[in-house]
Design a protein around this ligand. Structure first.
Ligand SMILES: Cc1c2[nH]c(c1CCC(=O)O)Cc1[nH]c(c(CCC(=O)O)c1C)Cc1[nH]c(c(CCC(=O)O)c1C)Cc1[nH]c(c(C)c1CCC(=O)O)C2
Length: 369
């Protein structure tokens, strides 16, 4: 660790000025609906492209200064109510000993994916997260200082099934058939791998809170490739276990950090997800807001779910879509977001229009209550 990094300690953080996001996560009263966007730090911003130019993606992830700068960039442009630390879900398989590269035009690539259950022996079972992922913790601590209490900082991890599917597929996939083959041919080895990942993820999330994360989001981005039965067996128990174990440990330390679960395309499991120890359930755009409310019965706060492609619409149309979304979800226990990440070809101006529409319409709706 450099001398300078040594001075950045996870304490004496600036006081939080806008806690709207945290209050909404807990279902408390708010003056406006909070909003942030998945992938708000991304290639749609010219300053992001400039900062990232010519640099390796995972080297960038390993630089606390670079992660801090990329996390803060969108906040300089838009009045978001939360920031998410710049990093990637695939740092966890890396910490377990797998090589992962970001290949331009192709996305994340594992040169040596897991092929058969014997390959599990290649993985590090006991991961020293402070050593292997300390760079993420340092990025969080630095960013929490530099954000100056403007908004809360969200930490995150990939969920076990999503990480397992990357580790077996070796990258993106349409069918995920290599990873799904394991579920049907090697259920025991699959559970072994999912359990290994769960143990690392629990430690990793706790380390992020200790470093300064004020909320946590767990990304089960590949939930939709599973059906209801497989989701119940290979995803849900691990999602629940993660939240339970993280919360139990935090409680011991007298801490309370809201947790969000985002299981993309898992509309079939909405009821179960709302009873999984998470305060917030993130939704993709395939779910109707009103029916999501009905099916979750007011047990949790909801986050989402505008189709990211609606950002291609003219600004007035974005405003109308946002208004309908707010009317569907209601303003209480709700965090506005997209149903998935911002795409690189989207215009920053339209993200601004989205944020402004959420703030304006929700303020009016709250006044009328
Ligand atoms: C599946 C997944 C990954 N990474 C992530 C997920 C889960 C969310 C989801 O479902 O999208 C999570 C992630 N990745 C990134 C963040 C940072 C925070 C934020 O949302 O702003 C977060 C939360 C930065 C990133 N991670 C990545 C980028 C773009 C590449 C770059 O900056 O050079 C960013 C901003 C790369 C990445 N990393 C991954 C993919 C599929 C890609 C895209 C590859 C491509 O587009 O070429 C794996």
């Amino acid at each position: 660790m450099s001398k300078q990094e040594n001075l950045i300690l996870p304490k004496d953080f600036p006081q939080l000025k806008n806690d709207t996001f945290l209050r909404a996560a807990r279902g408390e009263e708010i003056e406006h609906v909070p909003v942030w966007c998945m992938r708000q730090a991304g290639r749609y911003l010219p300053e992001f492209r400039e900062s990232r130019a010519g640099k390796d993606f995972f080297e960038t992830c390993q630089s606390p200064e670079a992660c801090c700068e990329l996390t803060l960039q969108p906040l300089r442009r838009f009045p978001f109510d939360a920031a998410i630390i710049f990093s990637d879900i695939l740092v966890v398989p890396q910490a377990m000993g797998m090589d992962v590269q970001m290949v331009a035009g192709k996305g994340p690539t594992f040169p040596e994916p897991l092929k058969e259950p014997e390959d599990l022996q290649r993985l590090q079972v006991k991961v020293d997260t402070a050593k292997e992922l300390g760079y993420v913790f340092r990025a969080i601590t630095l960013t929490r200082h530099k954000i100056e209490g403007k908004v809360p900082l969200i930490g995150f991890s990939g969920a076990p099934w999503t990480l397992m599917s990357y580790m077996i597929e070796g990258g993106g996939s349409n069918t995920h058939s290599k990873a799904k083959r394991w579920l049907y041919q090697h259920p025991e080895a699959s559970h072994m791998l999912l359990k290994m990942l769960t143990d690392v993820i629990v430690e990793y999330l706790l380390g992020q809170v200790a470093a300064g994360a004020q909320a946590l989001q767990v990304f089960e981005s590949h939930a939709g490739i599973l059906g209801p039965a497989e989701f119940k067996e290979f995803s849900l128990p691990y999602l629940r276990d993660i939240a339970r174990r993280v919360k139990d440990k935090l409680k011991e330390a007298g801490q309370d950090v809201p947790m969000i679960v985002f299981a993309k395309d898992a509309h079939y499991a909405l009821e179960e997800l709302s009873q999984s120890n998470y305060e917030v359930v993130g939704l993709d755009w395939t779910i109707d807001p009103l029916s999501a409310r009905e099916r979750t019965g007011g047990k949790v706060s909801l986050q989402g779910n505008m189709d990211p492609c609606a950002l291609y619409a003219p600004k007035e149309r974005i405003s109308d879509i946002v208004k309908k979304m707010l009317e569907g979800f209601g303003t209480r226990g709700y965090i506005a977001n997209l149903g998935h990440g911002v795409y690189p070809d989207m215009t920053p101006e339209n993200i601004g229009a989205f944020v402004e529409a959420v703030h304006q319409h929700s303020k009016q709706m709250i006044k009328q209550i």
